[in-house]
Design a protein. Structure first.
Length: 424
Protein backbone atom coordinates (compact mmCIF):
# COMPACT_ATOMS: atom_id res chain seq x y z
CA UNK A 1 0.00 0.00 0.00
CA UNK A 2 1.13 3.56 -0.58
CA UNK A 3 2.34 6.07 1.98
CA UNK A 4 -0.17 8.82 2.68
CA UNK A 5 2.57 11.46 2.49
CA UNK A 6 2.78 10.96 -1.28
CA UNK A 7 -0.84 12.03 -1.74
CA UNK A 8 -0.23 15.41 -0.13
CA UNK A 9 2.89 15.87 -2.27
CA UNK A 10 0.96 15.11 -5.46
CA UNK A 11 -1.83 17.39 -4.37
CA UNK A 12 0.62 20.18 -3.64
CA UNK A 13 2.29 19.88 -7.03
CA UNK A 14 -1.04 20.19 -8.80
CA UNK A 15 -2.64 22.87 -6.73
CA UNK A 16 0.31 25.19 -6.37
CA UNK A 17 0.19 25.68 -10.11
CA UNK A 18 -3.45 26.70 -10.32
CA UNK A 19 -4.06 30.20 -11.62
CA UNK A 20 -5.99 31.32 -8.55
CA UNK A 21 -5.13 30.73 -4.91
CA UNK A 22 -8.76 30.99 -3.98
CA UNK A 23 -11.29 28.20 -4.26
CA UNK A 24 -13.85 30.64 -5.55
CA UNK A 25 -13.02 31.18 -9.20
CA UNK A 26 -16.37 32.70 -10.00
CA UNK A 27 -18.93 34.81 -8.20
CA UNK A 28 -21.15 33.13 -5.63
CA UNK A 29 -24.59 34.36 -4.90
CA UNK A 30 -25.91 31.53 -2.77
CA UNK A 31 -25.64 32.72 0.80
CA UNK A 32 -26.62 29.32 2.12
CA UNK A 33 -23.56 27.60 0.59
CA UNK A 34 -19.93 28.58 1.28
CA UNK A 35 -17.50 26.57 -0.95
CA UNK A 36 -14.47 28.01 0.86
CA UNK A 37 -15.73 26.57 4.12
CA UNK A 38 -16.31 23.13 2.58
CA UNK A 39 -12.89 23.23 0.90
CA UNK A 40 -11.06 23.95 4.16
CA UNK A 41 -13.11 21.23 5.84
CA UNK A 42 -12.23 18.68 3.14
CA UNK A 43 -8.52 19.50 3.28
CA UNK A 44 -8.49 19.17 7.06
CA UNK A 45 -10.34 15.86 6.93
CA UNK A 46 -7.92 14.41 4.44
CA UNK A 47 -4.87 15.58 6.39
CA UNK A 48 -6.32 14.06 9.57
CA UNK A 49 -6.73 10.66 7.93
CA UNK A 50 -10.42 10.86 7.02
CA UNK A 51 -10.32 10.71 3.19
CA UNK A 52 -13.88 9.41 2.81
CA UNK A 53 -15.23 12.41 4.73
CA UNK A 54 -13.05 14.64 2.54
CA UNK A 55 -14.58 13.08 -0.58
CA UNK A 56 -18.03 14.03 0.68
CA UNK A 57 -16.91 17.61 1.34
CA UNK A 58 -15.37 18.05 -2.12
CA UNK A 59 -18.40 16.44 -3.76
CA UNK A 60 -20.61 18.96 -1.96
CA UNK A 61 -18.60 21.78 -3.51
CA UNK A 62 -18.79 20.34 -7.03
CA UNK A 63 -22.49 19.60 -6.84
CA UNK A 64 -23.00 23.35 -6.33
CA UNK A 65 -20.01 24.69 -8.30
CA UNK A 66 -18.96 22.14 -10.96
CA UNK A 67 -16.40 24.53 -12.46
CA UNK A 68 -14.24 24.78 -9.32
CA UNK A 69 -11.37 22.67 -10.64
CA UNK A 70 -9.17 23.09 -7.59
CA UNK A 71 -11.77 21.22 -5.55
CA UNK A 72 -12.05 18.64 -8.36
CA UNK A 73 -8.30 17.97 -8.27
CA UNK A 74 -8.37 17.59 -4.50
CA UNK A 75 -11.23 15.16 -4.95
CA UNK A 76 -9.08 13.19 -7.41
CA UNK A 77 -6.29 12.97 -4.85
CA UNK A 78 -8.74 11.79 -2.20
CA UNK A 79 -10.04 9.12 -4.58
CA UNK A 80 -6.47 8.02 -5.23
CA UNK A 81 -5.84 7.82 -1.50
CA UNK A 82 -8.79 5.47 -1.11
CA UNK A 83 -7.65 3.32 -4.08
CA UNK A 84 -10.60 4.40 -6.24
CA UNK A 85 -8.41 4.84 -9.28
CA UNK A 86 -11.10 5.03 -11.96
CA UNK A 87 -12.93 7.79 -10.11
CA UNK A 88 -9.64 9.67 -9.59
CA UNK A 89 -8.86 9.45 -13.30
CA UNK A 90 -12.31 10.74 -14.27
CA UNK A 91 -11.92 13.84 -12.10
CA UNK A 92 -8.40 14.59 -13.35
CA UNK A 93 -9.44 14.09 -16.99
CA UNK A 94 -12.31 16.56 -16.55
CA UNK A 95 -9.83 19.28 -15.56
CA UNK A 96 -7.37 18.25 -18.28
CA UNK A 97 -10.04 18.53 -21.00
CA UNK A 98 -11.08 22.02 -19.95
CA UNK A 99 -9.57 24.45 -22.52
CA UNK A 100 -9.16 27.06 -19.77
CA UNK A 101 -6.76 24.89 -17.77
CA UNK A 102 -3.25 26.49 -17.87
CA UNK A 103 -0.51 24.54 -19.73
CA UNK A 104 1.64 24.24 -16.60
CA UNK A 105 -1.24 22.59 -14.76
CA UNK A 106 -1.81 20.22 -17.69
CA UNK A 107 1.78 18.97 -17.31
CA UNK A 108 1.22 18.22 -13.63
CA UNK A 109 -2.10 16.49 -14.32
CA UNK A 110 -0.44 14.27 -16.93
CA UNK A 111 2.22 13.31 -14.37
CA UNK A 112 -0.55 12.58 -11.86
CA UNK A 113 -2.38 10.38 -14.37
CA UNK A 114 0.83 8.47 -15.15
CA UNK A 115 1.37 7.76 -11.46
CA UNK A 116 -2.28 6.83 -11.12
CA UNK A 117 -1.96 4.27 -13.93
CA UNK A 118 1.16 2.78 -12.36
CA UNK A 119 -0.49 2.44 -8.94
CA UNK A 120 -3.63 0.94 -10.47
CA UNK A 121 -1.56 -1.71 -12.25
CA UNK A 122 0.14 -2.62 -8.97
CA UNK A 123 -3.26 -3.11 -7.36
CA UNK A 124 -4.84 -5.04 -10.23
CA UNK A 125 -5.87 -8.70 -9.70
CA UNK A 126 -2.82 -10.97 -9.57
CA UNK A 127 -1.85 -14.52 -8.63
CA UNK A 128 1.48 -15.31 -6.95
CA UNK A 129 2.87 -18.83 -6.53
CA UNK A 130 5.79 -19.87 -4.33
CA UNK A 131 7.38 -23.30 -3.85
CA UNK A 132 9.91 -24.41 -1.26
CA UNK A 133 11.75 -27.75 -1.00
CA UNK A 134 14.07 -28.82 1.83
CA UNK A 135 16.08 -31.90 2.74
CA UNK A 136 18.39 -32.50 5.66
CA UNK A 137 19.56 -34.60 8.58
CA UNK A 138 18.57 -34.37 12.24
CA UNK A 139 20.35 -35.70 15.31
CA UNK A 140 18.06 -36.26 18.31
CA UNK A 141 19.46 -37.41 21.67
CA UNK A 142 16.02 -38.18 23.15
CA UNK A 143 13.83 -39.54 20.38
CA UNK A 144 11.42 -41.26 22.75
CA UNK A 145 11.35 -38.31 25.21
CA UNK A 146 12.51 -40.55 28.04
CA UNK A 147 12.61 -39.16 31.59
CA UNK A 148 15.85 -37.97 33.08
CA UNK A 149 15.92 -40.73 35.70
CA UNK A 150 15.12 -44.44 35.64
CA UNK A 151 14.23 -44.40 39.33
CA UNK A 152 10.73 -43.05 40.08
CA UNK A 153 9.38 -42.54 43.61
CA UNK A 154 5.64 -43.22 43.89
CA UNK A 155 4.30 -42.59 47.39
CA UNK A 156 7.51 -43.89 48.93
CA UNK A 157 7.68 -46.91 46.63
CA UNK A 158 10.68 -47.03 44.29
CA UNK A 159 9.91 -47.95 40.67
CA UNK A 160 12.72 -48.82 38.25
CA UNK A 161 11.39 -47.97 34.78
CA UNK A 162 12.88 -49.27 31.53
CA UNK A 163 12.16 -46.18 29.42
CA UNK A 164 15.38 -44.22 29.00
CA UNK A 165 16.43 -41.53 26.50
CA UNK A 166 17.34 -43.01 23.12
CA UNK A 167 19.38 -41.14 20.53
CA UNK A 168 19.09 -41.51 16.78
CA UNK A 169 19.63 -39.76 13.46
CA UNK A 170 16.81 -38.93 11.09
CA UNK A 171 16.50 -37.91 7.45
CA UNK A 172 14.08 -35.01 7.02
CA UNK A 173 12.34 -33.80 3.87
CA UNK A 174 9.76 -31.05 3.61
CA UNK A 175 8.05 -28.96 1.00
CA UNK A 176 5.51 -26.20 0.75
CA UNK A 177 3.37 -24.37 -1.77
CA UNK A 178 1.93 -20.90 -1.16
CA UNK A 179 -0.61 -19.10 -3.30
CA UNK A 180 -1.65 -15.48 -2.88
CA UNK A 181 -4.45 -13.90 -4.90
CA UNK A 182 -4.72 -10.13 -4.94
CA UNK A 183 -8.38 -9.51 -5.72
CA UNK A 184 -7.93 -5.92 -6.87
CA UNK A 185 -10.98 -4.96 -4.82
CA UNK A 186 -10.56 -2.16 -2.27
CA UNK A 187 -12.41 -2.56 1.01
CA UNK A 188 -13.55 0.43 3.05
CA UNK A 189 -12.85 0.05 6.76
CA UNK A 190 -14.02 3.23 8.46
CA UNK A 191 -11.78 5.97 7.05
CA UNK A 192 -9.14 3.45 5.96
CA UNK A 193 -8.92 1.49 2.72
CA UNK A 194 -7.70 -2.06 2.47
CA UNK A 195 -6.87 -4.38 -0.40
CA UNK A 196 -8.41 -7.84 -0.12
CA UNK A 197 -6.13 -10.85 -0.64
CA UNK A 198 -6.84 -14.57 -0.46
CA UNK A 199 -3.96 -16.69 0.80
CA UNK A 200 -3.72 -20.47 0.62
CA UNK A 201 -1.02 -23.04 1.03
CA UNK A 202 0.00 -26.62 1.64
CA UNK A 203 3.03 -28.12 3.35
CA UNK A 204 4.40 -31.59 4.00
CA UNK A 205 6.96 -32.70 6.61
CA UNK A 206 8.49 -36.17 6.85
CA UNK A 207 11.01 -37.28 9.50
CA UNK A 208 12.43 -40.81 9.19
CA UNK A 209 14.67 -42.14 11.97
CA UNK A 210 17.48 -44.52 11.16
CA UNK A 211 16.59 -47.17 13.77
CA UNK A 212 13.79 -45.79 16.00
CA UNK A 213 11.22 -45.94 13.20
CA UNK A 214 8.30 -46.16 15.66
CA UNK A 215 8.83 -42.39 16.08
CA UNK A 216 8.78 -41.54 12.39
CA UNK A 217 6.63 -38.45 11.88
CA UNK A 218 4.62 -37.14 8.94
CA UNK A 219 2.56 -33.94 8.92
CA UNK A 220 0.40 -32.68 6.06
CA UNK A 221 -1.00 -29.17 6.46
CA UNK A 222 -3.53 -27.22 4.38
CA UNK A 223 -4.57 -23.63 5.01
CA UNK A 224 -6.64 -20.91 3.40
CA UNK A 225 -8.22 -17.60 4.29
CA UNK A 226 -8.58 -13.87 3.57
CA UNK A 227 -6.14 -11.10 4.38
CA UNK A 228 -6.51 -7.34 4.27
CA UNK A 229 -3.58 -4.94 3.91
CA UNK A 230 -4.51 -1.32 4.45
CA UNK A 231 -3.03 2.02 3.46
CA UNK A 232 -3.03 2.83 7.17
CA UNK A 233 -0.81 1.24 9.81
CA UNK A 234 -2.42 -2.15 10.15
CA UNK A 235 -3.13 -5.44 8.41
CA UNK A 236 -5.11 -8.52 9.37
CA UNK A 237 -5.78 -12.06 8.23
CA UNK A 238 -7.75 -15.18 9.18
CA UNK A 239 -6.53 -18.67 8.31
CA UNK A 240 -8.45 -21.94 8.37
CA UNK A 241 -5.92 -24.73 8.85
CA UNK A 242 -6.09 -28.52 8.65
CA UNK A 243 -3.23 -30.69 9.94
CA UNK A 244 -3.10 -34.44 9.46
CA UNK A 245 -0.48 -36.22 11.60
CA UNK A 246 0.91 -39.73 11.23
CA UNK A 247 3.28 -41.47 13.65
CA UNK A 248 5.11 -44.67 12.65
CA UNK A 249 3.06 -44.75 9.42
CA UNK A 250 -0.18 -44.94 11.43
CA UNK A 251 -2.91 -42.34 11.75
CA UNK A 252 -2.33 -40.26 14.88
CA UNK A 253 -4.54 -37.16 14.78
CA UNK A 254 -6.30 -34.54 12.69
CA UNK A 255 -6.35 -30.91 13.78
CA UNK A 256 -8.83 -28.40 12.33
CA UNK A 257 -8.56 -24.82 13.49
CA UNK A 258 -9.00 -21.13 12.79
CA UNK A 259 -6.24 -18.60 13.41
CA UNK A 260 -6.95 -14.85 13.25
CA UNK A 261 -4.13 -12.30 13.43
CA UNK A 262 -3.89 -8.50 13.59
CA UNK A 263 -0.74 -6.40 13.18
CA UNK A 264 -0.28 -2.71 13.94
CA UNK A 265 2.82 -0.93 12.61
CA UNK A 266 3.88 1.97 14.82
CA UNK A 267 6.54 2.87 12.25
CA UNK A 268 8.70 1.18 9.61
CA UNK A 269 10.62 -0.78 12.24
CA UNK A 270 8.16 -1.48 15.08
CA UNK A 271 5.13 -3.79 14.95
CA UNK A 272 2.66 -5.20 17.46
CA UNK A 273 0.88 -8.44 16.57
CA UNK A 274 -2.16 -9.92 18.30
CA UNK A 275 -3.19 -13.46 17.42
CA UNK A 276 -5.53 -16.20 18.56
CA UNK A 277 -6.30 -19.81 17.78
CA UNK A 278 -9.07 -22.33 18.18
CA UNK A 279 -8.34 -25.91 17.11
CA UNK A 280 -10.37 -29.09 17.34
CA UNK A 281 -7.87 -31.90 18.00
CA UNK A 282 -9.21 -35.30 17.01
CA UNK A 283 -7.07 -38.40 17.71
CA UNK A 284 -7.52 -41.57 15.69
CA UNK A 285 -6.37 -44.46 17.86
CA UNK A 286 -8.79 -45.96 20.39
CA UNK A 287 -6.15 -45.65 23.12
CA UNK A 288 -5.89 -41.90 22.45
CA UNK A 289 -9.57 -40.97 22.54
CA UNK A 290 -9.13 -39.28 25.90
CA UNK A 291 -6.73 -36.83 24.20
CA UNK A 292 -9.46 -35.39 21.93
CA UNK A 293 -9.66 -31.73 22.85
CA UNK A 294 -10.57 -28.16 22.07
CA UNK A 295 -7.43 -26.01 22.09
CA UNK A 296 -7.55 -22.23 22.62
CA UNK A 297 -4.80 -19.61 22.70
CA UNK A 298 -4.35 -15.85 22.58
CA UNK A 299 -1.07 -14.02 22.33
CA UNK A 300 0.74 -10.79 21.66
CA UNK A 301 4.21 -10.05 20.34
CA UNK A 302 6.22 -6.88 19.76
CA UNK A 303 8.99 -6.64 17.17
CA UNK A 304 11.57 -3.90 16.70
CA UNK A 305 14.17 -3.42 13.96
CA UNK A 306 17.53 -1.72 14.31
CA UNK A 307 20.33 -0.71 11.93
CA UNK A 308 18.05 -0.40 8.90
CA UNK A 309 16.17 -3.48 10.07
CA UNK A 310 19.21 -5.74 9.70
CA UNK A 311 18.86 -6.56 13.40
CA UNK A 312 15.43 -7.47 14.74
CA UNK A 313 14.28 -8.39 18.21
CA UNK A 314 10.93 -9.80 19.24
CA UNK A 315 9.26 -10.67 22.50
CA UNK A 316 5.82 -11.90 23.39
CA UNK A 317 3.35 -13.71 25.61
CA UNK A 318 0.80 -16.46 24.99
CA UNK A 319 -1.97 -17.99 27.10
CA UNK A 320 -3.28 -21.44 26.15
CA UNK A 321 -5.97 -23.88 27.26
CA UNK A 322 -6.33 -27.50 26.13
CA UNK A 323 -9.77 -28.81 27.12
CA UNK A 324 -9.55 -32.61 26.65
CA UNK A 325 -12.06 -35.41 27.20
CA UNK A 326 -9.82 -36.95 29.84
CA UNK A 327 -8.82 -34.64 32.68
CA UNK A 328 -5.27 -36.02 32.76
CA UNK A 329 -4.74 -34.43 29.31
CA UNK A 330 -6.55 -31.18 30.16
CA UNK A 331 -4.29 -28.27 30.97
CA UNK A 332 -3.87 -24.52 30.74
CA UNK A 333 -0.84 -22.32 31.00
CA UNK A 334 1.23 -19.54 29.55
CA UNK A 335 4.46 -18.89 27.67
CA UNK A 336 6.84 -15.97 27.32
CA UNK A 337 9.46 -15.75 24.61
CA UNK A 338 12.13 -13.51 23.14
CA UNK A 339 14.16 -13.77 19.96
CA UNK A 340 16.70 -11.96 17.83
CA UNK A 341 17.58 -12.11 14.14
CA UNK A 342 20.79 -10.61 12.74
CA UNK A 343 21.29 -10.21 9.00
CA UNK A 344 25.06 -10.27 8.97
CA UNK A 345 25.05 -9.61 5.23
CA UNK A 346 22.37 -9.86 2.51
CA UNK A 347 22.96 -13.60 2.09
CA UNK A 348 23.73 -14.62 5.69
CA UNK A 349 21.75 -14.34 8.92
CA UNK A 350 21.84 -15.66 12.48
CA UNK A 351 18.86 -16.19 14.78
CA UNK A 352 18.06 -17.33 18.29
CA UNK A 353 14.97 -17.72 20.47
CA UNK A 354 14.34 -18.56 24.10
CA UNK A 355 10.99 -19.43 25.66
CA UNK A 356 9.67 -20.39 29.06
CA UNK A 357 6.26 -21.99 29.67
CA UNK A 358 4.19 -23.40 32.52
CA UNK A 359 1.39 -25.97 32.12
CA UNK A 360 -1.05 -26.85 34.90
CA UNK A 361 -2.97 -30.10 34.40
CA UNK A 362 -6.43 -30.79 35.80
CA UNK A 363 -6.48 -34.56 36.35
CA UNK A 364 -4.32 -37.09 38.14
CA UNK A 365 -1.81 -39.21 36.28
CA UNK A 366 -2.81 -42.90 36.56
CA UNK A 367 -0.69 -45.04 38.93
CA UNK A 368 1.21 -41.96 40.14
CA UNK A 369 -2.04 -40.35 41.34
CA UNK A 370 -0.63 -36.85 41.16
CA UNK A 371 -1.71 -33.81 39.15
CA UNK A 372 1.06 -32.60 36.85
CA UNK A 373 2.61 -29.14 36.95
CA UNK A 374 5.21 -28.76 34.20
CA UNK A 375 7.78 -26.08 33.39
CA UNK A 376 9.69 -25.98 30.12
CA UNK A 377 12.58 -23.92 28.79
CA UNK A 378 13.54 -24.04 25.12
CA UNK A 379 16.50 -22.40 23.46
CA UNK A 380 17.21 -22.42 19.72
CA UNK A 381 20.24 -21.09 17.91
CA UNK A 382 20.51 -21.14 14.13
CA UNK A 383 21.98 -19.71 10.96
CA UNK A 384 21.26 -19.68 7.24
CA UNK A 385 23.14 -18.74 4.09
CA UNK A 386 21.88 -18.24 0.54
CA UNK A 387 24.27 -19.14 -2.28
CA UNK A 388 24.44 -17.50 -5.71
CA UNK A 389 22.28 -20.27 -7.20
CA UNK A 390 19.63 -19.44 -4.56
CA UNK A 391 20.21 -22.67 -2.64
CA UNK A 392 19.75 -22.05 1.08
CA UNK A 393 21.86 -23.85 3.68
CA UNK A 394 20.49 -23.68 7.22
CA UNK A 395 21.30 -25.24 10.57
CA UNK A 396 19.85 -25.04 14.06
CA UNK A 397 20.53 -26.35 17.56
CA UNK A 398 17.54 -26.82 19.86
CA UNK A 399 17.68 -27.56 23.59
CA UNK A 400 14.59 -28.43 25.66
CA UNK A 401 14.58 -28.80 29.45
CA UNK A 402 11.31 -29.88 31.08
CA UNK A 403 10.71 -30.11 34.80
CA UNK A 404 7.64 -31.64 36.40
CA UNK A 405 6.40 -32.59 39.84
CA UNK A 406 5.79 -36.03 38.29
CA UNK A 407 9.24 -37.50 37.55
CA UNK A 408 7.92 -39.55 34.60
CA UNK A 409 7.51 -36.31 32.66
CA UNK A 410 10.89 -34.74 33.38
CA UNK A 411 13.29 -34.85 30.45
CA UNK A 412 16.06 -33.08 28.56
CA UNK A 413 16.33 -33.12 24.79
CA UNK A 414 18.89 -31.79 22.31
CA UNK A 415 18.34 -31.69 18.55
CA UNK A 416 20.72 -30.56 15.84
CA UNK A 417 19.69 -30.20 12.21
CA UNK A 418 21.32 -29.24 8.90
CA UNK A 419 19.12 -28.57 5.85
CA UNK A 420 19.52 -27.58 2.22
CA UNK A 421 16.59 -25.82 0.59
CA UNK A 422 15.50 -24.25 -2.68
CA UNK A 423 12.78 -21.68 -3.35
CA UNK A 424 10.94 -21.38 -6.66
Amino acid sequence: MKNNNRFSVLSGVLLSMMASSSVIAEETTEEQFDPEEFFKKGMQEREEGAPYSAIESFQSILSNKPSLHRARLELAVAYMQTLQYQEAEEQAQTVLQDPNTPPSVRVSILAFLAQLKKDAEQMSPKHEHKFNLNAGVLYDDNVNVGPGSSIINIDGNILDITTRPTSDTAFVVSGSYDHSYRTGKPVRLGQNTGMLFWQSGASYYNRRYETEDQFDLQVLSLRTGPAIITNAKWRTNVALQLDHIRLDDEELATYLGVQPSFTWAFDASTELTLDAEYTDRDFDQASDQGRDSDYYSVGASLGKGFKNNTVGIQGGFEWFDNDAKDDQYTYDGWEIFAGVNWQVKPTTSLFSRISYSESDYKGEVPVVLEVRDDEEIQFILGAKHIFANELELSAFWLRTDTESNVALYEYDRTQFSVNLGKKF
